[in-house]
Design a protein around this ligand. Structure first.
Ligand SMILES: Cc1ncc(COP(=O)(O)O)c(C=O)c1O
Length: 454
């Protein structure tokens, strides 16, 4: 028997052991205290599955960092990268390149409204940095508003915009960022009991924040169309339209961060399409080419692009629109279109994951709420359904969460975990049988979590 990478299990195990040893000796990992780390080794991946260093197969309900929307090792994307590598591996951003031009066209064709100029970056955080820079230069204002319970990236402005604890050690109070509360009915900041109340009160709160901060000082409001890492809180009806209206009224640029929610994850190309709203700038990355080669970017509305018609845009990257990355994007977008992968994500959410997760929520007292769209779902775990006390504190973990996740992993399921939540975020290509396989394992993990409820 061989693994998808062509190695026998024994050869893969030896290779994995060597990789692990070198990793612990030399690799400095993101967001972690280095000494206590015990990272999992992955030796192969195919479709919705990965193989660990011991040759165990796991169903990838995390899509890694919620980026492998097209699944692992899609043959058309792999072939496109190989072909591009054989033709032209790299070329500077000032030159015209066919992969870059075509990727820009395909992305522009899918963005809502007329956001049809694309600035390419290497990933999501730098897309956010550039979107904010464009908004600041366009408006001549400096402040940016973003919500608590959000993630916008690890670089200086992006991490300061972020509304989670990763900001704290990076925040020196000089980034021009003001945070506000967005809608989240299950843990409403506004004492709301209905979605309509949550929308109305969250918009009043945002408008008050704008008024008290001084509208003439605010360049942009940045929001994830559906916040991802922070909890997949689908905005209630009318909220994003209300934000659009406030931005128009006060001359503020509306940036929709679609780095995680974009490119099929919610069952549409862009999550903001669910709400019939057109932002001024969209940031994207991850699903644009499923991260096969690093790529991100900003889609720009004509009135903002026009700011830089005669005045140079003061920003750029050596690898802006890198041919390998953009060739991967062209192949990804074409394959997603031909194989109706976005439609599959919508269908799996409506027919299998949504109903399946709601059924689990009914049976497991540890589940406070399930919510989501497409292949983008959060399972919010609580110690007590009545008080809604989270099963792990904000910003932390708990033995209950650790046990539940370990149970899932031992049974062959990789989940995305954040504080007291398990995220069910498989590739958009997931089949009904794979989705059901994952839900059955999740059932076992939730039984373990139930043991930690009051
Ligand atoms: C909504 C959102 N914005 C920005 C980023 C940052 O992207 P990257 O890690 O590619 O810099 C992320 C990453 O998870 C994200 O989810």
């Amino acid at each position: 028997m061989t693994l998808p990478n062509g190695l026998t299990p024994d050869a893969a195990r030896d290779k994995a052991a060597r990789a692990y040893e070198l990793d612990r000796a030399h690799v400095f990992h993101s967001w972690s205290a280095q000494k206590s780390l015990n990272p999992m080794t992955i030796t192969a991946a195919q479709g919705c599955y990965v193989w660990d260093g011991d040759g165990n197969r796991l169903l990838d309900f995390s899509s890694q960092m919620v980026n492998t929307n097209i699944g692992h090792q899609h043959p058309k994307v792999v072939a496109a990268i190989q072909e591009q590598a054989a033709t032209l591996c790299t070329i500077g951003p000032a030159f015209v390149n066919d992969a870059r031009s075509e990727a820009a066209r395909l992305i522009a064709e899918r963005t809502p409204g007329e956001l049809n100029k694309i600035f390419f970056t290497n990933g999501g955080a730098d897309a956010v940095e550039h979107a904010v820079r464009m908004a600041r230069l366009h408006t001549g204002r400096y402040k940016v508003l973003s919500r608590y319970r959000s993630y916008h990236g690890g670089t200086e402005t992006a991490v300061n915009l972020t509304g989670d604890p990763r900001r704290w050690p990076n925040d020196h109070g000089n980034a021009g960022v003001v945070h506000f509360f967005g809608p989240f009915l299950y843990r409403s900041q506004f004492h709301a009991t209905t979605e309509a109340e949550e929308t109305e009160r969250a918009l009043q709160h945002l408008e008050q924040t704008i008024v008290f901060e001084g509208p003439s000082t605010i360049a942009a409001i940045i929001l994830e169309s559906v916040p991802g890492t922070a909890g997949i809180m689908v905005p209630p009806p009318g909220y994003l339209a209300g934000v659009r209206e406030l931005c128009d009224r006060y001359g503020i640029v509306f940036i929709a961060d679609e780095v995680m929610a974009g490119f099929g994850r919610t069952g549409k190309w862009f999550a903001i399409e669910h709400f019939d709203v057109v932002p001024d700038l969209i940031t994207f990355a991850k699903g644009v080419n499923s991260g096969y080669v690093p790529l991100g970017g900003v889609a720009i509305a004509p009135h903002i692009a026009a700011t830089f018609d005669d005045r140079p845009y003061p920003g750029g990257l050596t690898y802006s629109g890198h041919p390998l990355a953009t060739a991967a994007a062209v192949a990804t977008i074409n394959a997603m279109t031909e194989e109706r992968i976005v439609e599959n994500a919508a269908d799996m959410g409506e027919r299998v994951l949504g109903p399946g997760l709601r059924e689990l929520a009914e049976r497991h007292p540890s589940v406070g709420e399930v919510r989501g769209l497409g292949v983008f779902w959060a399972v919010e775990l609580v110690a007590d359904r009545t008080t809604r006390e989270p099963l792990a504190p904000y910003g932390g973990s708990s033995p209950a969460m650790t046990e539940a996740v370990a149970t899932a992993k031992a049974a062959g399921l990789l989940l995305f975990v954040n504080f007291n939540r398990l995220h069910v975020v498989p590739p958009c290509t997931i089949s009904e049988a794979e989705a059901k396989e994952g839900l059955a394992i999740l059932d076992q993990a939730l039984t373990v979590a139930d043991g930690h409820t009051v």
